[in-house]
Design a protein around this ligand. Sequence first.
Ligand SMILES: Cc1cc2nc3c(=O)[nH]c(=O)nc-3n(C[C@H](O)[C@H](O)[C@H](O)COP(=O)(O)OP(=O)(O)OC[C@H]3O[C@@H](n4cnc5c(N)ncnc54)[C@H](O)[C@@H]3O)c2cc1C
Length: 303
Amino acid sequence: MNKRTFIKLCSAGVANPVVSPLLAWASGGKLTNWAGNLEYSTQQMHSAQSLEDVRKFVREHSKLKVLGTRHCFNDIADTSREFLSLKSQDRVIALDPKALTVTVEAGMTYGQLCPYLHEKGLALHNLASLPHISIAGACTTATHGSGDKNGNLSSVVSALEMVTASGEVLQLSRKEDGETFHGAVVGLGALGVITKVTLDIQPSYMMQQYVYENLPLKQLTEHFDAIEASGYSVSLFTDWQKERINELWIKSRMDSAHRFEAKPIFFGATLATKNLHGQRAAVGVLRSSPARHRCNSRRGKIA
Ligand SMILES: Cc1cc2nc3c(=O)[nH]c(=O)nc-3n(C[C@H](O)[C@H](O)[C@H](O)COP(=O)(O)OP(=O)(O)OC[C@H]3O[C@@H](n4cnc5c(N)ncnc54)[C@H](O)[C@@H]3O)c2cc1C
């Protein structure tokens, strides 16, 4: 390929950045969810590159569903009509370090936002197990993180912008709209197209993690609250064999007065002596702070 053709192809890609990511979602020519266990009932996928695009699309279509990053296992996001994707709208719109809020476009993922915040010494309070889910999709479905004192991901949403069925732009905030706002945050995609989300943030923090192996199931059922309360965030992984939890991950904030003090045995589980990788089905799923995790050979590694 000569230089001229190469430059031409590259600029075509830049001019239409949404096409290839959307095509990449089709498996064997069919549009499926991320896990591939659900084939959607339509292949009609449209992308909106701006708020005006969203408004126009909504006005022109009587039925549609927004597709986020396709991580729902069930058919909540499915439709036999039209899909609208905001995937290419993935910028940070505003960061207010004084008010400790960040406003992002609906297509942004946690994997994009967290490094951005971390660079600025800021962080979120909680995360789900995956970095590549969209913030809007995760919040509107009340995706949970971990830690018995941490709210789920929607709990830090402080404002929303959405396009309603009439194509109007609706701004809602915790401060101004009280119960109406609270009723709209977890809308399961039914109330409108979320175009922007504002989240509460906090100064960044470091995490320390200890990993235990082979927690007896009996210990977990008898001491569930104590085990869950042992860290800022606690995760359990099992392959459902031998009546035991394969891995227990206890994560503490290093700025906390109540850091987990690791003993060799914890409720019958054994402190890991080498780095482990969590590849098993999750019972209580991994949540990590956006801050870096300190790991060494005695402390298991974040997957
Ligand atoms: C491997 C894996 C790990 C997971 N881990 C966790 C976990 O730790 N904790 C947990 O609670 N859940 C977890 N989930 C579930 C996941 O967080 C949710 O399914 C979440 O909805 C994913 O967001 P999404 O953008 O991919 O949503 P999608 O599947 O794309 O859509 C879900 C719903 O949100 C709506 N929606 C998405 N974006 C918008 C928007 N901009 N405006 C309006 N509606 C919108 C859709 O219409 C649909 O109804 C996991 C899923 C997978 C596959």
